[in-house]
Design a binder for this molecule. Structure first.
Ligand code: MN
Length: 140
Protein backbone atom coordinates (compact mmCIF):
# COMPACT_ATOMS: atom_id res chain seq x y z
CA UNK A 1 0.00 0.00 0.00
CA UNK A 2 1.14 3.50 -0.61
CA UNK A 3 -0.20 6.96 -0.12
CA UNK A 4 0.20 8.93 -3.33
CA UNK A 5 1.59 12.43 -3.21
CA UNK A 6 -1.02 14.95 -4.33
CA UNK A 7 -0.40 16.41 -7.76
CA UNK A 8 -0.68 20.11 -8.47
CA UNK A 9 -3.97 21.36 -9.90
CA UNK A 10 -3.69 22.06 -13.63
CA UNK A 11 -5.66 24.47 -15.81
CA UNK A 12 -7.76 22.97 -18.58
CA UNK A 13 -6.14 23.81 -21.94
CA UNK A 14 -7.84 26.49 -24.04
CA UNK A 15 -7.97 24.12 -27.03
CA UNK A 16 -10.28 21.81 -25.07
CA UNK A 17 -12.28 24.20 -22.88
CA UNK A 18 -14.13 27.51 -22.97
CA UNK A 19 -13.70 29.53 -19.78
CA UNK A 20 -11.70 28.63 -16.70
CA UNK A 21 -11.52 24.95 -15.80
CA UNK A 22 -9.24 23.35 -13.19
CA UNK A 23 -8.34 19.68 -13.07
CA UNK A 24 -7.13 17.57 -10.15
CA UNK A 25 -5.73 14.17 -11.09
CA UNK A 26 -7.22 11.61 -8.70
CA UNK A 27 -6.05 8.20 -9.86
CA UNK A 28 -4.42 6.36 -12.75
CA UNK A 29 -4.62 2.65 -13.31
CA UNK A 30 -1.34 0.79 -13.26
CA UNK A 31 -1.47 -1.81 -16.05
CA UNK A 32 -3.40 -3.69 -17.10
CA UNK A 33 -5.98 -1.11 -15.98
CA UNK A 34 -5.99 2.08 -18.05
CA UNK A 35 -8.48 3.80 -15.72
CA UNK A 36 -8.10 7.56 -15.45
CA UNK A 37 -10.00 9.40 -12.71
CA UNK A 38 -9.98 13.16 -12.33
CA UNK A 39 -11.93 15.89 -10.55
CA UNK A 40 -12.82 18.65 -13.01
CA UNK A 41 -13.87 22.04 -11.65
CA UNK A 42 -15.78 24.29 -14.07
CA UNK A 43 -16.27 27.96 -13.18
CA UNK A 44 -19.65 29.50 -14.15
CA UNK A 45 -20.07 29.47 -17.95
CA UNK A 46 -17.10 27.17 -18.53
CA UNK A 47 -17.53 24.01 -20.61
CA UNK A 48 -15.63 21.47 -22.63
CA UNK A 49 -15.34 21.61 -26.41
CA UNK A 50 -17.23 18.95 -28.37
CA UNK A 51 -15.40 15.66 -27.89
CA UNK A 52 -15.71 11.91 -27.57
CA UNK A 53 -13.99 9.23 -25.51
CA UNK A 54 -12.58 5.92 -26.67
CA UNK A 55 -14.23 3.43 -24.34
CA UNK A 56 -16.82 5.95 -23.14
CA UNK A 57 -16.92 8.10 -20.03
CA UNK A 58 -18.69 8.12 -16.68
CA UNK A 59 -19.25 11.46 -14.96
CA UNK A 60 -20.25 11.80 -11.31
CA UNK A 61 -21.32 15.30 -10.33
CA UNK A 62 -20.04 16.13 -6.85
CA UNK A 63 -20.93 19.82 -6.57
CA UNK A 64 -22.81 22.65 -8.21
CA UNK A 65 -24.98 22.85 -11.29
CA UNK A 66 -24.03 21.86 -14.81
CA UNK A 67 -25.14 21.06 -18.32
CA UNK A 68 -24.41 18.15 -20.63
CA UNK A 69 -25.39 17.54 -24.25
CA UNK A 70 -24.88 14.71 -26.70
CA UNK A 71 -24.75 15.62 -30.40
CA UNK A 72 -28.29 15.88 -31.78
CA UNK A 73 -29.92 15.75 -28.36
CA UNK A 74 -31.15 18.49 -26.05
CA UNK A 75 -29.14 20.16 -23.30
CA UNK A 76 -29.72 18.43 -19.96
CA UNK A 77 -29.29 20.02 -16.52
CA UNK A 78 -27.16 18.05 -14.04
CA UNK A 79 -26.37 18.56 -10.36
CA UNK A 80 -24.79 16.90 -7.36
CA UNK A 81 -25.25 13.12 -7.32
CA UNK A 82 -26.06 12.76 -11.02
CA UNK A 83 -24.23 10.08 -13.00
CA UNK A 84 -23.87 10.52 -16.76
CA UNK A 85 -22.67 7.73 -19.05
CA UNK A 86 -21.43 8.58 -22.54
CA UNK A 87 -20.88 5.70 -24.94
CA UNK A 88 -17.67 4.92 -26.82
CA UNK A 89 -17.18 7.54 -29.52
CA UNK A 90 -20.37 9.52 -28.74
CA UNK A 91 -19.81 13.23 -29.35
CA UNK A 92 -20.82 15.46 -26.43
CA UNK A 93 -19.87 18.33 -24.14
CA UNK A 94 -20.24 19.07 -20.42
CA UNK A 95 -19.79 22.10 -18.22
CA UNK A 96 -21.15 24.50 -15.63
CA UNK A 97 -24.33 26.54 -15.94
CA UNK A 98 -23.95 30.27 -16.62
CA UNK A 99 -24.52 31.16 -12.96
CA UNK A 100 -23.04 28.27 -10.98
CA UNK A 101 -19.78 26.38 -10.80
CA UNK A 102 -19.83 22.60 -11.22
CA UNK A 103 -17.41 19.84 -10.25
CA UNK A 104 -17.57 16.30 -11.57
CA UNK A 105 -15.43 13.25 -11.28
CA UNK A 106 -14.54 11.73 -14.67
CA UNK A 107 -13.80 8.05 -15.25
CA UNK A 108 -12.26 7.07 -18.58
CA UNK A 109 -10.13 4.24 -19.92
CA UNK A 110 -9.01 5.60 -23.28
CA UNK A 111 -8.09 8.71 -25.22
CA UNK A 112 -10.40 11.61 -26.09
CA UNK A 113 -10.92 13.08 -29.55
CA UNK A 114 -11.43 16.84 -29.46
CA UNK A 115 -13.46 18.99 -31.86
CA UNK A 116 -14.85 22.52 -32.08
CA UNK A 117 -15.58 24.70 -29.09
CA UNK A 118 -19.21 24.87 -27.94
CA UNK A 119 -20.58 28.18 -29.20
CA UNK A 120 -22.59 30.47 -26.93
CA UNK A 121 -25.66 29.60 -29.00
CA UNK A 122 -25.13 25.87 -28.51
CA UNK A 123 -24.38 26.43 -24.83
CA UNK A 124 -27.62 28.32 -24.36
CA UNK A 125 -29.49 25.38 -25.83
CA UNK A 126 -30.63 27.02 -29.04
CA UNK A 127 -29.42 24.22 -31.27
CA UNK A 128 -31.15 24.28 -34.63
CA UNK A 129 -33.56 21.39 -34.92
CA UNK A 130 -33.61 20.85 -31.18
CA UNK A 131 -37.25 20.58 -30.19
CA UNK A 132 -36.43 19.96 -26.56
CA UNK A 133 -36.81 22.16 -23.54
CA UNK A 134 -34.48 25.14 -23.31
CA UNK A 135 -33.07 24.21 -19.93
CA UNK A 136 -30.78 27.19 -19.50
CA UNK A 137 -33.52 29.79 -19.90
CA UNK A 138 -35.19 28.57 -16.72
CA UNK A 139 -32.05 28.65 -14.59
CA UNK A 140 -32.11 32.39 -14.03
MN1 MN B 1 -16.61 13.93 -21.95
Amino acid sequence: MERQLPQATTKGPADWFTGDVYIDAVARGRGPSTLNVGAVHFTPGARTAWHSHDGGQILYVTEGRGLVQARGERVVAISSGDVIYTADGEEHWHGATPDHGMTHLTFTEGDATWGAHVSDEEYRGHVRGDEGEDVTSSLG
